[in-house]
Design a protein around this ligand. Structure first.
Ligand code: SAH
Ligand code: SF4
Length: 413
């Protein structure tokens, strides 16, 4: 979402004749887009701000702005010696004028901002496209509802206009974004409908979406995915915990059984589904038994990949007030063990791809030679040999490097 917001900002600033430079030393303005979901992300921003001190000493006119969720959550940041202004998520429309005039302090937000009319510019093969902003689910650990406000769905016409403009600019892969994307609704148009409409735009070869919530998966979502050629069979469905007692305290309104029912429906319609998840360990009150339930769930479900976190206390959230916080060392130990278990599962899952042929869209250059591709289940594949970015190839997987499948081209599609 932050990457997408950065492209909104870039689009608006370039209209106001601001130009991008390649190094911070050459910049008149340095903007740092920030995340407040976990303390770890915040610490990295503080580290970055400290390291910008050198630039400000050499070039005192350089203006540094902190944008995004930390600008909303930590107003005290304005007292940091390198910070000049703060721009929270709904203030970006005022950014260009602010950078030309005031340059200091907190930029006011626009009420119910949706950035509907901003059609982002993108010169790459892959692009994000946000269709909802904000979230009002109030999971008890999460700061997002406080920093990004209540959910707002973007009008379908603006979404289609942006997707068409991306496609005609050369984008071949779109990822639709929303904190809780299945809750999209605009005058009777729901998420599966908007998904179908974007998928029907010419030139879009891969269409994915993030993030789904188990509570509100529309009944026809999986059939829409299964029956489309260009919607990837990829589902990121955060489970968060395998313990129903903890899920309840997290204010996630489903049980493990519901989650398993959802994914078995998805697997039935999409046998090649790639399933990924988010998991939190060390949530307040998590006993050894709850943690074991998460480990068991992970082993039984067999996620292709998981994003795993130790619970991080967030001001203003309900869980911050829970008295039975888990000790840091125990959280870390639980996280490490969970990561080991999941990594082995991920490796096993990747091995099943050996020898298989699949259609892969080339999306970029791989770091250590070859190309980076995505198959129709949204999996990243490294392709050996010469291939054109933006084209589709039939690829045969003949090797695995760590947890990444490597393929050779059989023919262009
Ligand atoms: N809207 C998405 C993503 C929210 S943030 C969703 O509901 O899935 C991404 C992930 O960060 C969450 O899924 C959760 O696993 C994790 N997360 C959020 N707040 C956290 C916290 N306080 N501590 C640890 N992990 C957290
Ligand atoms: Fe946070 Fe829950 Fe909303 Fe996701 S659904 S953004 S975890 S409150």
């Amino acid at each position: 979402m932050n990457k997408y917001d950065s492209s909104i900002i870039k689009t608006m600033l370039s209209k106001e004749k601001f130009e991008e430079v390649t190094s911070p030393e050459d910049a008149d303005f340095i903007l740092l887009n920030t995340c407040a979901v976990r303390e770890h992300a915040e610490k990295r921003v503080i580290g970055r701000l400290n390291s910008l001190k050198n630039i400000k000493t050499k070039k005192p006119d350089t203006i540094v702005g902190v944008i995004g969720c930390m600008a909303k959550d930590i107003h005290n940041l304005i007292h940091h010696p390198t910070v000049d202004f703060l721009a929270p998520p709904d203030s970006y429309r005022n950014l260009a004028n602010w950078m030309k005039s005031e340059k200091k302090g907190l930029i006011p937000e626009v009420k119910d901002e949706e950035y509907n009319d901003i059609i982002i510019e993108n010169k790459k093969i892959g692009a994000y496209l946000s269709i909802t902003r904000g979230c009002d689910y109030f999971c008890s650990y999460c700061i997002v509802p406080y920093t990004r406000g209540k959910i707002r769905s973007r009008p379908p016409d603006d979404i289609i206009k942006e997707a068409e403009s991306l496609s005609s600019g050369g984008v071949r892969e779109i990822t639709l974004l929303g904190q809780n994307i299945n809750a999209y609704r605009y005058k009777g148009i729901d998420f599966p409908e908007i998904l179908k409409r974007v998928a029907s735009i010419g030139g879009i070869k891969r269409l994915s979406f993030l993030t789904s919530h188990p509570e509100d998966i529309p009944s026809n979502l999986f059939s829409v995915m299964a029956n489309s050629d260009n919607i990837t069979n990829y589902l990121h469905l955060p489970l968060q915990s395998g313990s129903d007692r903890i899920l309840k305290r997290m204010n996630r309104r489903y049980a493990l059984r519901d989650y398993i029912d959802i994914i078995s429906k998805a697997h039935k319609l999409m046998p090649d589904l790639t399933l990924t998840t988010d998991l939190i360990v060390g949530f307040p009150g998590e006993e050894e038994d709850d943690y074991q339930k998460t480990l068991t769930a992970v082993k039984e479900i067999g996620f292709d990949q998981a994003y795993m976190f130790a619970y991080s206390k967030r001001k203003r959230t309900l869980a911050n007030l829970f008295p039975d916080q888990v000790e840091e060392a125990l959280k870390k130990a639980r996280l490490q063990r969970l990561i080991e278990v999941q990594n082995r599962i991920t490796e096993e899952k990747v091995k099943h791809l050996l020898g298989r042929k699949m259609e892969v869209l080339v999306v970029g250059d791989a770091k250590r030679g070859g190309k980076l591709g995505k198959n129709s289940s949204g999996r990243i594949i490294i392709i050996k040999g010469v291939a054109k970015i933006g084209s589709l190839y039939i690829v045969r997987i003949n090797d695995i490097n760590g947890r990444v499948p490597i393929g050779v081209i059989k023919k262009e599609v």
